[in-house]
Design a protein around this ligand. Structure first.
Ligand SMILES: [Zn+2]
Length: 108
């Protein structure tokens, strides 16, 4: 019903999907530590797991920020690629050539 509602819904869904991943990874890393304790594995394996967790967490945060920025631009009526104001040229971004998602009313 609202303009851009479909694209907005898709972006919101992706952000929501990414949100619980750090928590799941945190639980996984806890289990990994328990396993290393039980198996008396040398402590450098814990460092590797921490490295994996930190990397995954950073990627997750970057992905969420990127999607949130896209959503902000979409709701503000700007290009989702570069943020250019699309009020004058709603069909195509003159800066980067990105074709914006279909408006709710005009969608096919
Ligand atoms: Zn653009």
């Amino acid at each position: 019903m609202e303009a851009n509602s479909q694209a907005e819904r898709i972006l919101r869904k992706r952000i929501r999907f990414l949100l619980p991943l750090p928590i799941a990874l945190f639980i996984a890393i806890g289990l990994a530590f328990m396993a290393t304790d039980l198996l008396a594995v040398k402590s450098y394996s814990a460092m590797i797991w921490i490295g994996i967790y930190e990397t995954a967490l950073m990627l997750n945060i970057f992905a969420r920020r990127k999607l949130a920025r896209k959503l902000d631009r979409l709701l503000a009526g700007r290009c989702i690629g570069c943020g250019y104001d699309l009020r004058a040229t709603p069909d195509r971004c003159p800066e980067c050539g990105t074709i914006p998602p279909k408006q709710g009313k005009n969608s096919n």
